[in-house]
Design a protein around this ligand. Structure first.
Ligand code: NI
Length: 247
């Protein structure tokens, strides 16, 4: 079930059997010469959508712009400042809590969001922490590539050149979800360099085509299907345990 494809009475009925929801959260940012700008939002969305359909839990709209300042030297990247993202996330959470949702699970697709998501959770809990009353809701976040078993599949499929940005794995997941968007681009060098960066300009100087440590030309829809299958299985198990009920 996807929230944005439901009518409100369906959400009201859902809340009688479950108080849990999964929100895919990601970024709109450059992902190298063959990776989609939406990669970090699409990966958690594709995985959550399939898991929600199979297990019958609700999946919210994707929070699809995150903290991507360091990618701004590449056209198409859109970012939120951390403070903007926190304010928006808090409003999403408060809206869902108002309706009765009590377990909100953010499935994240972007490493650059992690610090801001954790800070948002602390802000959201703060009024309760300073008060004697316990917080009536629980927030959880998980990076999709850290779901149990997923990394094993990625390593098996891409023993070299998976990398750390514009990875072969994440590009494969998006190619599985959107085979019409597959791009045939030869990489030079074959595997991108590793290294550090400071701000957006420095990033583009150090990594001219946007990749870090990866060869995403290895990505195919078939490989993406294997990653999604493993992630879906793990997400269903984890979300159901978090929601405390089947469904
Ligand atoms: Ni990414």
């Amino acid at each position: 079930m996807q929230l944005h494809l439901c009518a409100w009475p369906e959400v009201e009925t859902y809340l009688k059997r479950s108080k849990g929801i999964v929100i895919p959260i990601g970024s709109t940012e450059q992902h190298g010469p063959n990776g989609l700008l939406g990669t970090d939002a699409l990966c958690p969305e594709i995985i959550a959508r399939e898991a929600g359909e199979e297990a019958g839990f609700l999946v919210g709209p994707t929070f699809n712009v995150g903290c991507a300042q360091h990618h701004l030297a590449f056209p198409g990247t859109i970012t939120l400042r951390p403070s903007t993202m926190m304010a928006a996330m808090e409003d999403w959470i408060d809206s869902l809590v108002r309706h009765g949702f009590r377990q909100i699970y953010f499935l994240n697709g972007h490493g650059g969001n992690i610090g801001t998501i954790q800070a948002t959770f602390a802000e959201s809990y703060a009024p309760w922490s300073f008060d004697a009353d316990p917080c009536p809701y629980t927030l959880k976040f998980r990076n999709w590539w850290e779901l149990p078993g997923v990394m094993d599949v990625c390593k098996q499929l891409f023993p070299t050149g998976d990398g750390s940005h514009a990875t072969a794995s994440e590009v494969a997941v998006t190619y599985y979800g959107y085979p019409q968007a597959v791009k045939d681009v030869s990489m030079s060098p074959k595997i991108a360099p590793e290294g550090d960066f400071t701000d957006a300009a420095d990033y583009r100087r150090n990594f001219p085509d946007g990749r870090i440590g990866s060869d995403p030309s290895q990505a195919t829809p078939e490989k993406g299907a294997k990653i999604v299958a493993a992630a879906k299985k793990a997400l269903i198990k984890e979300a159901q345990a978090f929601f405390g009920a089947k469904g």
